[in-house]
Design a protein. Structure first.
Length: 134
């Protein structure tokens, strides 16, 4: 499956739905740009009590976990962007979606992941600052 975001083709990687007995659902998804430098994380829900969402993203053993607050979109989804440069490595990126409710509590809403095989991360080498060589 593919979608278009900002004129770039995004590839859906993996998702898992969380459905509740009361008919409410949460559907997190991860999309990775073809150049593998940005991931788009989205979560759809039909729960009217959700006021926000956070994606917790990590690689490896989780010691590098970072939180990304998602913004609410006009189509009803929550969305956040993750720069691969935030982590600077290839591998599996795990994404746990957490929903925040108006009453203040939070719940895990599902899991998605994407695989980075060749991150396109630029670097700058500084050899000389004001005539002083480093």
């Amino acid at each position: 499956n593919e979608i278009i975001v900002d004129n770039q083709v995004q590839q859906i990687v993996q998702t898992s739905d969380t459905a509740k007995n009361d008919g409410l659902f949460y559907k997190p998804e991860a999309f990775l740009t073809k150049d593998q430098n940005v991931a788009l994380l989205t979560m759809s829900t039909n729960d009217p009590n959700v006021r926000g969402a956070v994606f917790r993203v990590w690689t490896g053993d989780g010691s590098n976990m970072r939180g990304y607050n998602a913004s609410f979109q006009p189509d009803g989804r929550f969305m956040a962007f993750v720069g691969v440069s935030d982590f600077g490595q290839s591998g599996t990126y795990n994404c746990l979606a957490t929903v925040q409710f108006y009453d203040g509590h939070e719940e895990n809403a599902g899991f998605a992941f994407f695989e980075v095989t060749k991150p396109q991360i630029g670097s700058i080498t500084i050899e000389n600052i004001n005539g002083k060589y480093l």
